[in-house]
Design a protein around this ligand. Structure first.
Ligand code: NAP
Length: 422
């Protein structure tokens, strides 16, 4: 029975679901040997470094990833970077198929003056900072201000606003990076604005996330009822199901009795940012609103307006995505997840997306190459295998136990390698 070798680059949800689709497609005619390459010493991608730490339920999908990883025909090559430790052309030569699953790690730019000021940053830097991503521990997040502005009306903007507006002790039982909890406890921020450039009927939030907000124990959440009334009219008599559900959730917040907490998260609609002003530090943001120009003073501005894929050598990109046709890139290269379709959809979206690409990939296969694998390419490089990762995982979970946390994440690469036994 022929065994085809497939390399998956990127150990996030899209990569794991691609592996799962390959595993599910095995039959008496063909099997697959799957090698997953990940540049960090830890797998799970956005499930580890993107999902908000106060959303532990979403992270339980990691159990599915571990099942895929231990299914028998899967090897993890962590701490191996494509373009540095191994080249795409080498993978192409060794493997029957190469799947790019590297996501979208760069924050989109607003393209307005002031984005270079201290105190302005992208969610693409802030989120991995609070999630202990090894490459983002040094991000400068100045929290010595009373007001923060989050730009964008999607779930990332909401995660960011919530993380800034929460009473930080609520993060103690989570796996938020220790350095972030320490900084957030010193934070002077008491008012967080979340600014949408269009009306509430166009917001990209999803309703379960909105419905959670009134449950925040130490934060007032404010939405103007007039804004939602206007949005309900603008949405018309037969709004789409998701829009209706969002507007219902926002109306419930607007009608929620305000409490007297000192922390506030307020939604502003029809606020188009035109300039971020300050001398050497962000001081205010200028917005265009239906009532004219409006200036809001703030010392921290975080944009959460979408992502673009970081370029890989030898791959063509268009509009922040890998140029592809239904997941086919060129020769034996394929792409899945955000790198393929752009930064949209929840984790589960990657399952059907990957399954469709794997179907095409399988239809392209002829006879296995059988010319070796990644092990021949990386020599004595320190590779985090599944066994090493399991040691890291156990160590992190064990250090979380006495503190009532799901884990204490290690953010230092050398320490991660040491915990893995390397
Ligand atoms: P998103 O859902 O696409 O939202 C991006 C937001 O940025 C939109 O409101 C968009 O407004 C706004 N925007 C874009 N360009 C702008 C500009 N120049 N100025 C002002 N606003 C601008 O993206 P995301 O929040 O990054 O989330 C990515 C995906 O991950 C989404 O599918 C999301 O649901 C998912 N996610 C899910 C969860 C969860 O399930 N809990 C958590 C995080 C992320 P316009 O509509 O006007 O363009």
């Amino acid at each position: 029975m022929p065994t085809f070798q497939v390399a998956i680059v990127g150990a996030g949800p899209a990569g794991y679901f691609a592996a799962q689709a390959l595993q599910n497609a095995q039959n008496e005619d063909k099997t697959f040997a799957i090698d997953m390459i990940e540049r960090l010493p830890t797998p799970w991608g956005l499930v580890r470094s993107g999902v908000a730490p106060d959303h532990p339920k979403i992270k339980t999908v990691s159990k599915v990833f571990e099942k895929i990883a231990t299914a028998g025909n899967f090897r993890l090559f962590g701490n191996v970077e494509l373009g540095t430790d191994v080249q795409l052309t080498d993978l192409q030569a060794k493997y029957d198929a190469v799947i790019i699953a590297t996501g979208s790690s760069l924050g989109r730019k607003l393209g307005i003056p002031g984005e270079d000021l201290r105190g302005y940053l992208s969610a693409a830097d802030f989120v991995p900072w609070y999630n202990a991503h090894p490459d983002y521990t040094g991000v400068d997040v100045p929290l010595d201000t009373d007001t923060a502005i989050v730009i964008g009306a999607g779930n990332v903007a909401m995660d960011v606003a919530r993380m800034l507006a929460l009473e930080p002790s609520e993060l103690d039982p989570t796996d938020t990076a220790d350095h972030a909890i320490a900084e957030l406890k010193k934070s002077g921020i008491r008012k967080v604005y979340i600014c949408a450039r269009r009306g509430a009927e166009h917001a990209a939030f999803t309703s379960p996330e909105l419905r959670e907000l009134p449950k925040l124990e130490h934060t007032n959440v404010i939405i103007s009822k007039a804004d939602i009334d206007a949005a309900i009219i603008a949405a018309g008599d037969t709004p789409e199901k998701d829009v209706k559900s969002n507007l219902d959730a926002m109306l419930a917040i607007a009608e929620h009795v305000k409490t007297s907490h000192e922390r506030t998260m307020e939604f502003l609609f029809h606020h188009v940012p035109t300039e971020i002003k300050g001398t050497d530090r962000v001081q205010e943001v200028v917005f265009k609103t239906p009532a004219g120009e409006k200036v809001i003073k703030a010392g921290l501005v975080i944009s959460a307006i979408g992502y673009e894929a970081a370029p890989l050598n030898g791959i063509t990109y268009e509009k922040g995505k890998v140029l592809n046709t239904e997941g086919r890139v060129k020769e034996n290269i394929y792409v899945v997840g955000w790198a393929k379709r752009g930064p949209s959809g929840v984790i589960g979206t990657n399952k059907s997306d990957a399954a469709a690409v794997i179907e095409l990939l399988i239809s392209d296969l002829k006879t296995p190459k059988n010319v070796g694998d990644l092990s021949d390419l990386i020599g004595s490089h320190k590779v985090i295998t599944q066994t090493h990762w399991e040691a890291i995982n156990t160590a992190e979970v064990s250090s979380g136990e006495p503190l009532g946390k799901p884990r204490v994440k290690v953010a230092d690469k050398t320490e991660l390698l040491r915990l893995g036994g390397l």
